[in-house]
Design a protein. Structure first.
Length: 117
């Protein structure tokens, strides 16, 4: 059980770290967020919140109630991304990738509760 929890949590964290980095430093990603219609400050807020969420998920001493807020925020990010990409008529592979990460998020959350509750 711990292996499943840590594998899904680390994969999710790696994606969030990469995504935050691209939101801050990758010109194509920065432009992509603009093209989707989001203001620049929203991109920066998302990057910072993703970094905070990763820290919350990876530090075992953080209370489960706080981890739940991180899971909710990450879930909101994925839902927003899925809706934005569908509305923008981006390739379906982007939505599929986001759905895979939603699956990892759900699995990580389920196993968090199996292990620590």
């Amino acid at each position: 059980m711990k292996t499943t929890y840590w594998t899904t949590t680390i994969l999710l964290s790696i994606f969030l770290l990469w995504s935050a980095w691209t939101y801050l430093y990758s010109k194509p990603a920065i432009e992509g967020v603009r093209v989707l219609g989001f203001p620049d400050h929203f991109r920066i807020q998302l990057a910072v919140l993703k970094l905070i969420a990763v820290a919350i998920l990876l530090i075992p001493q953080i209370p489960i109630q706080i981890k739940e807020w991180a899971y909710a925020g990450i879930g909101l990010f994925f839902i927003t991304a899925i809706v934005a990409h569908i509305v923008h008529k981006d390739p379906y592979i982007i939505t599929l990738i986001n759905l895979v990460f939603v699956g990892l998020l759900i699995t990580s959350n389920i196993y968090l509760h199996k292990i620590f509750c």
